[in-house]
Design a protein around this ligand. Structure first.
Ligand SMILES: C[S@@+](CC[C@H](N)C(=O)[O-])C[C@H]1O[C@@H](n2cnc3c(N)ncnc32)[C@H](O)[C@@H]1O
Length: 238
């Protein structure tokens, strides 16, 4: 199942086709010696990470099913990432090792996302690393990403929280909710950001903001128009 269409579509998947294609593209270029995943679930993303990596460490609250536990190159860490991840990163740093790739897809609360990002960035083991963040378009997840302090880490050389867009759902169980999206944080301690430059670019209106506004507009066009007028007047007074 490691080649062709089945590699992109097969197996249990919690990611969209675009997200999987982007994940595979990044991994194929990077070919990580050491990768980390937060959020194993049914092993969908883990299978792709393991296919491209020499060694992957996957964290989840619960132990993996036997079939997932057989994935080659994978080691499983069962428990809360907020406890286990800092200790694991400290072990890597102690051994002088670098994690080349991380997928953050575990705790989806705003505070949980912020903590996972900040724990990663605080570690010397995250020195030359591509960090991908799943469900970056979701409002709760995005609040956590926005709250993470990237600017205080010069080793963060690029961050784009919408490099793959998310979706507004129509199906009844998720109606009007926004899920999906991939964000990226690129870390390179060997060539840090120029002093004074922000980690995130400010030139664009972020796609997650546009998705949210479009969803609100569909829900209540009159309210959205009123909100835009009020915001316009307030801006005029400044
Ligand atoms: C969206 S699923 C992961 C999907 C998987 N990455 C994929 O694409 O196939 C989120 C997983 O994160 C786990 N999780 C939630 N909070 C966690 C935490 N604090 N520490 C570790 N894992 C957590 C959940 O048990 C769940 O299995």
């Amino acid at each position: 199942m490691d080649r062709g269409i089945s590699a992109l579509l097969g197996g249990p998947q919690q990611m969209s086709f675009g997200e999987r294609a982007a994940l595979d593209g990044v991994l194929a270029t990077l070919r990580p010696r050491l990768a980390i995943e937060i959020g194993t679930a049914e092993g969908g993303s883990l299978r792709r990470i393991a296919a491209h990596s020499d060694e992957v460490h996957s964290f989840d609250l619960v132990a993996p099913d036997p079939e997932i536990a057989r994935i080659e190159h994978a080691t499983f860490h069962s428990g809360d990432s907020h406890q286990l991840l800092p200790a694991f990163l400290a072990e890597l740093a102690e051994a002088g090792r670098n994690a080349d790739f991380v997928l953050v897809d575990g705790d989806h609360s705003a505070d949980g996302v912020r903590r996972d990002i900040e724990d990663l960035l605080a570690s010397p083991a995250i020195g030359e690393t591509v960090i991908l963040l799943h469900d970056s378009a979701n409002e709760e997840v995005r609040r956590g990403m926005d709250a993470a302090d990237l600017d205080s880490h010069p080793k963060v050389v690029h961050a784009d929280f919408d490099f793959v867009a998310g979706y507004v759902f129509r199906e009844p169980s998720l109606e009007h909710e926004i899920w999906g999206g991939l964000g990226v944080i690129l870390v390179d301690a060997t060539a840090p950001r120029e002093p004074g430059l922000p980690a995130r670019q400010r030139r664009i209106v972020e796609t997650a903001t546009l998705l949210r506004e479009a969803r609100d507009q569909r829900l209540s066009p009159g309210l959205a128009r009123l909100g835009a007028r009020v915001r316009g007047r307030l801006a005029g007074r400044r």
